[in-house]
Design a protein around this ligand. Structure first.
Ligand SMILES: Cc1cc2nc3c(=O)[nH]c(=O)nc-3n(C[C@H](O)[C@H](O)[C@H](O)COP(=O)(O)OP(=O)(O)OC[C@H]3O[C@@H](n4cnc5c(N)ncnc54)[C@H](O)[C@@H]3O)c2cc1C
Length: 417
């Protein structure tokens, strides 16, 4: 079923009884050409582009829970292309371009809203760093504007500009950045993949990866064994556990990241804003809730929930930057599991096992990467060659030390990225 204004209108007149499910609920087949382990944003996008760009159909996405139950439905929905280093910048630039056409490509409204992102700075040194970043963004072909305090004030008059400790010196404005409805992204890619013949199999946990003579043969699952010519791991926070099934030890640590949402309010924050001196960033959802987050919880865990000290830390930072937020009531908080690499950049690569591929390490920024990651991973799986936008995301950079993409310059400690 295709969506259109006419369809919505006619369905409205007929009691909305003609809508069909977004995707089928098939039984797993005995064998597939390609199995993707993980039905998050990256797995679903990969399946979609394998079918759409490479004409492949005999594909299964195996998801241990339900579509949208992982980080793809837990993030704070920010989309941006404001990376500094080659390796990252061309990749995220490609992703932003895919976002700009995504609703029409998927025939599904992902509610992509280019409301602009402002990264605030609070010292001369930070201004220099953001000016360099802005130049890199412009050189890459993306957009960036360096704002002085008055420029920021025009966009964000409600901030505490003259805070005694952290006065606002200005901001780096990225007008094409913004937000998207995260569930819709999962559902849109799932529907698009299903329409092209991909089997989306929920409640199907992969428990083992079968390897014979150095080549992958299939997987063991909670719903029985399934053979496959190629197996692609794309399990985000569980990447380390899934790769261990193939005898691999990935250079990732899994950490908790929390998010918060307030009761619905009238429109008051119409950008994405990020504090430069504390871990706090915020936007307002289309339902009116203020959606915000901060830093990792700082301990490795697979628990999808966070602890109180980080909540307190985020609330303090919020009150420092934006005292008006003290009047809003937080109604929900949750956590997700980040697979953090030692340089903070991801991996899209082949492995030492024939037919086995790895996609991981998206840290806390993998939502905006969903379109380009799916695009590049599909290219790698279908052709055996890295896509031109993702040649730097090699796994062996952590073994050799060559080609590290350390965007933040914080060294090799996973949870500092
Ligand atoms: C609080 C929070 C805020 C964030 N904010 C942002 C943001 O604003 N912008 C941004 O760009 N990024 C953000 N992120 C990061 C982003 O959400 C993730 O990097 C990205 O969603 C990870 O990729 P995914 O969607 O494929 O992951 P997931 O949705 O987690 O998909 C992985 C799937 O693999 C499945 N799986 C795991 N093990 C198995 C198995 N053995 N068998 C079968 N299936 C398995 C899981 O159930 C899961 O559904 C945030 C994350 C969190 C938690």
């Amino acid at each position: 079923m295709r969506f259109s204004a006419l369809k919505v209108f006619t369905q409205g007149l007929s009691g909305n009884k003609g809508w069909t499910p977004h995707w089928r609920d098939p039984e797993p087949k005995a064998e597939y050409d390609i199995i993707l382990i993980g039905g998050g944003g990256h797995g679903l996008a990969t399946a979609y582009y394998l079918a759409k760009n490479h004409g492949m159909k005999n594909i299964a996405v195996l998801e241990k829970g339900y579509i949208g139950g992982g980080n793809v439905g837990r993030n704070t929905t920010i989309v941006r292309a404001n990376y500094f280093l080659p390796g990252n910048s061309e990749f995220y630039s490609h992703s932003l371009k895919l976002w700009e056409g995504l609703s029409s490509d998927l025939n599904y409204n992902v509610m992509f809203s280019q409301r602009g992102l402002i990264n605030l700075f609070h010292s001369d040194g930070q201004r220099d760093a953001f000016a360099r970043r802005g130049n890199a963004m412009v050189n890459q072909g993306d957009d960036a504007v360096l704002l002085d305090p008055d420029g920021v004030r025009k966009h964000l008059p409600y901030l505490d500009f003259d805070n005694g400790r952290f006065p606002i010196f200005g901001g780096l404005y990225h007008p094409r950045g913004g937000t998207a409805r995260h569930d819709a992204v999962a559902w849109g890619y799932a529907r698009g993949a299903d329409q092209r013949g991909v089997d989306l199999i929920q409640n199907c946990e992969v428990t083992g990866i079968d390897i014979e003579n150095g080549a992958v043969r299939g997987v063991q699952t909670s719903r029985g064994p399934i053979r496959a010519k190629k197996v692609a791991m794309v399990a985000a926070g569980r990447s380390g556990q899934v790769a261990a099934m193939a005898g691999m030890r990935l250079p990732v640590e899994s950490h908790v990241l929390q998010a918060f949402v307030t009761e619905g309010l009238k429109p008051c924050i119409d950008h994405v804003v990020s504090f430069g001196m504390g871990h706090f960033y915020i936007s307002q959802s289309d339902k009116g809730g203020l959606v915000f987050g901060g830093d990792l919880d700082f301990y490795a865990s697979y628990g999808q929930r966070g602890n109180l000290p980080m909540k307190e830390h985020v609330m303090e930072a919020a009150m420092t930057l934006m005292p008006m937020i003290g009047k809003a009531r937080v109604v929900r908080s949750w956590g997700g599991i980040m697979d953090m690499t030692p340089d903070g950049s991801p991996v899209i690569d082949t492995t030492d096992t024939d037919g086995l591929f790895v996609n991981c390490g998206w840290c806390y920024g993998g939502f905006k990467a969903v379109p380009a990651s799916g695009y590049a991973y599909a290219h790698l799986i279908a052709t055996g060659q890295p896509h031109e936008t993702a040649t730097g995301f090699r796994l062996d950079r952590f073994r050799t030390g060559v080609g590290l993409i350390d965007e933040e310059g914080t060294g090799s400690q996973h949870n500092l990225h």
